[in-house]
Design a protein. Structure first.
Length: 216
C-alpha cells in the first residue's frame, strides 16, 4: 500500500512541482493515510539533487518544498479546525452531560489556552515535531476555539521547521527512505490511536462516574 502511494506521490510531485507538493500536502491532511512527514521526505528525495551542498539543499528544501507544503498542511488543518470550532459546541451541549462534560468547562479551557505566549510556543512545537498527529492538534484547537489567526500563523511556522528537516532527511537517506517511511508511518499511526484510546477511556470513566453520582 505505502509503495503504491509513494509512486503516486512521486508522479504528482515531479509533474506539478511546488503546486503538486501543496496539493498533496492538503489532500494528505484531510484524507490520505500517509503522514505529512513522509511526503516531505519523498519530496526531499525527488526534488533535491544528490550532488547539492548542504547550503544549496537547505535553500531548495525551504523554498520549493517547505513553503508550499506548509501552506497545504495549514489549509488542510483548517478543515478539521472549522469542523471542531462550529460542530464541537452543539455536540458537547447535547451529549456532554452523559460524560460529565459541559460547555462551561470548554470555555474555561479556552481561556487558559489563549493566555500568554506559552500556548503559541506549544502549538508551534507540536507542529514542528514529526510524529505528532496533525488532526488531533487541529480538532483540539478548534474545540477550544483557539484564535484562528494564531492557529494559521503558528501551524504554518511549525510546519516549515518540520518539513524542511524531513525534506533534508529524505535527501540524505536516499534509497532507504521507503524503510524509514514505513517506520515513521507506524509511529504516527500508533500515537493517533493512543490519543483516541486515552480520550475514549477518559470519556468512559467520566460517564461511569456521572452515572454513579446520579444513582445516589
Amino acid at each position: 500500500m505505502i509503495n503504491y502511494l509513494i509512486t503516486q506521490i512521486e508522479i504528482f510531485i515531479k509533474g506539478y512541482s511546488a503546486v503538486g507538493i501543496l496539493i498533496v500536502a492538503f489532500l494528505e491532511e484531510i484524507i490520505a493515510p500517509i503522514p505529512s512527514s513522509l511526503i516531505a521526505m519523498f519530496a526531499g528525495f525527488f526534488v533535491i539533487p544528490i550532488n547539492y551542498s548542504w547550503i544549496q539543499a537547505i535553500i531548495k528544501a525551504f523554498l520549493e518544498i517547505a513553503i508550499p507544503m506548509s501552506a497545504g498542511i495549514t489549509i488542510g488543518s483548517l478543515v478539521f479546525y472549522i469542523i471542531a470550532y462550529f460542530g464541537g459546541k452543539p455536540i458537547i451541549v447535547k451529549y456532554g452531560k452523559f460524560f460529565g462534560l459541559n460547555w462551561l468547562l470548554i470555555e474555561k479551557t479556552e481561556k487558559k489556552f489563549t493566555k500568554g505566549y506559552a500556548d503559541e510556543i506549544i502549538l508551534f512545537s507540536l507542529r514542528a515535531l514529526p510524529f505528532i498527529p496533525s488532526v488531533a492538534i487541529s480538532v483540539f484547537c478548534g474545540l477550544v476555539r483557539y484564535p484562528i489567526k494564531k492557529f494559521i500563523i503558528f501551524s504554518f511556522l511549525g510546519s516549515l521547521v518540520r518539513v524542511t528537516i524531513m525534506a533534508l532527511v529524505g535527501w540524505q537517506i536516499r534509497d532507504t527512505y521507503s524503510t524509514y517511511a514505513q517506520i515513521i508511518s507506524q509511529i504516527e499511526t500508533f500515537l493517533l490511536v493512543l490519543i483516541f484510546t486515552i480520550l475514549s477511556v477518559f470519556l468512559f470513566l467520566r460517564f461511569k462516574k456521572k452515572k454513579q453520582t446520579n444513582q445516589f
